[in-house]
Structures are given as structure tokens and as C-alpha cells.
Design a protein around this ligand. Structure first.
Ligand SMILES: [Zn+2]
Length: 219
């Protein structure tokens, strides 16, 4: 059984040219996107392509390959706190990217939306929770974290104290998005790129995106 336990986070200011499935599955750092429109569109398409590969991988490992193929679209966020949505009619998952985004959040968003696909419902009802829990129990770290954050009394799926420590650290990372030390009321970053130790700027050079920039995106 494949698990998605992540490697420890190592601060590194560097660029990434290839976002492999391996990288997406196991690593965590902040991806940084260009503010320049064309570059950004290309970078978004590249992330979407990586996530489409991860969708296929998760489908095989956690859903027995029974999920229908969904198109993954990486788009500008509509509302700051919504990280993804899924659209049954068009078989599309939208993942919303901010200027800098943790890879673990991309994974969590993807598996969350895949659980919606699996139950063919956008509700967060008992069926949703049961399916999320099932995937978590199979060893999917991000599903387990998602399950934990949604659980009453913060119990959720956890199997060890060490795991809970990881999730608490993760919760702290995610809460910095709401912190005025990191991001202001307009959603602009207060911390400069060069002072952000976890940032890796995405460089896409000569990469031919397999997926055209969708009309739904607003790059
Ligand atoms: Zn949802």
C-alpha cells in the first residue's frame, strides 16, 4: 500500500522546473508563481498537469480506479478561503492557486475533491466523512489531516501522537494565511519572497503545456 507520508520540510530558496508526481506526492514547500500574466498562465497549466497525474495515481491507489476521469483546472481564487471546487456536469476539478501555496495544500484539496467525485455529491455529510475516513485509513496523510480538521473535538483519524504533532504543525502553517504578519487584508504578501525560506519559485522554460489554459481561469 502506498502512503503519502511527507518528507520533513527543509527550507530552500530555489526554483523547480519539473514538478514530478513523486515531488507532488512526497514533498512540501511553497510554490511561488509569477505576477506576469503569460508566465503565470503557463505555470498554472503546469501545476494542473501535475495534479492530473496525481489524480490518476490516487484513483488507482485509493479508489480502485473506479473514479471517472476529471479535468483539473488551476485557476485564480474566487474567494480567498476556497481552495478547490468540483463540477460534476463538466467533470472538472478547480484548484485555486494563490501567489504562494504549500504543496501539501494542493494535495489536500485534490484528495478532498476526489472524495466528492467518489460519492458524486458536493455535500460534507456523513457519506463524505465516511469516504474521507476510508481514504485516510488507507494511509493518505492529507486525507487524514483533512479528516482531523473536520472532526469534532479534533479526534478524526489519528493513529499516533507523532502523527498528531505533524498535523498540529501543519495547522500552524496553514493558519499563517490568516495572519496579518504574513498576508494583509488585500491578500498581498507582507513577507518578501527573498525572506520566505520555504519558497521555490516555479520556472517553466520551454515547457509545452499538455492542457490549454481553460476559459474558466482568470490568469
Ligand atoms: Zn468539499
Amino acid at each position: 500500500m502506498t502512503t503519502t507520508k511527507t518528507k520533513p520540510i527543509t527550507p530552500a530558496m530555489r526554483t523547480v522546473e519539473e514538478l514530478s508526481i513523486e515531488d507532488l506526492s512526497n514533498s512540501n514547500y511553497r510554490l511561488g508563481f509569477s505576477s506576469q500574466k503569460d508566465e503565470r498562465a503557463e505555470q498554472f497549466a503546469w501545476v494542473a498537469e501535475g495534479l492530473a497525474g496525481l489524480y490518476a495515481h490516487y484513483n488507482r491507489v485509493y479508489f480502485g480506479g473506479r473514479l471517472p476521469t476529471f479535468r483539473i483546472v488551476a485557476a485564480e481564487p474566487k474567494t480567498f478561503f476556497i481552495t478547490g471546487t468540483y463540477e460534476e456536469e463538466s467533470s472538472t476539478i478547480y484548484v485555486y492557486l494563490t501567489d504562494r501555496i504549500w504543496i501539501e495544500l494542493l494535495r489536500e484539496t485534490l484528495i478532498h475533491e476526489m472524495v466528492h467525485v467518489s460519492i458524486a455529491s458536493g455535500e460534507h455529510d456523513e457519506r463524505f466523512r465516511a469516504e474521507l475516513h476510508r481514504v485516510a485509513e488507507m494511509g493518505h496523510e492529507d486525507a487524514a489531516y483533512d479528516d482531523w480538521t473536520k472532526s469534532e473535538g479534533w479526534n478524526g483519524t489519528f493513529r499516533s501522537a507523532e502523527e498528531k504533532d505533524r498535523w498540529e504543525a501543519r495547522l500552524e502553517r496553514s493558519s499563517e494565511w490568516g495572519s496579518p504578519d504574513f498576508i494583509d487584508d488585500n491578500g498581498d504578501f507582507v513577507v518578501k519572497e527573498e525572506d520566505d525560506p520555504y519558497l521555490r519559485r516555479v520556472e517553466v522554460r520551454g515547457h509545452v503545456a499538455a492542457q490549454p489554459v481553460p476559459s474558466g481561469a482568470r490568469p
